[in-house]
Design a protein around this ligand. Structure first.
Ligand code: FES
Length: 104
């Protein structure tokens, strides 16, 4: 595993999702009731940032055409997107969120 520091916990203190780049990979980091999760930040339908989407009940709604994805699994629950979002392992250490892109 190759862990990359993605954000500070405080970056998500007042919001449910932030978008960052790790190298050239756009990543969305989410804060849910039971922890932190990460997915690729580009919708699998067209080009929209999931970090601009609406987060509710463990799902994120794409801001462009309202596809809904399960944040934990990446599964596309409602179209028009059909393909799942890539998900990435997350760990918390020393007040920071780390993401592993390699084992996705
Ligand atoms: S770009 Fe996300 S649903 Fe179309």
């Amino acid at each position: 595993m190759t862990w990359h520091r993605a954000a500070a916990l405080e970056d998500l203190e007042n919001r449910h999702v932030v978008g960052i780049e790790i190298g050239e990979t756009p990543v969305a980091i989410y804060r849910l009731k039971d922890g932190y999760f990460a997915t690729h930040n580009i919708c699998t339908h067209q080009h929209a940032l999931m970090s601009d989407g609406y987060v509710e009940d463990g799902c994120v709604e794409c801001p462009l055409h309202q596809a809904i994805f399960d944040i934990r699994s990446g599964e596309a629950l409602e179209g028009p997107a059909r393909e799942a979002l890539k998900t990435y392992p997350v760990k918390i250490e020393n007040g920071a969120i780390f993401v592993d892109l390699a084992t996705a």
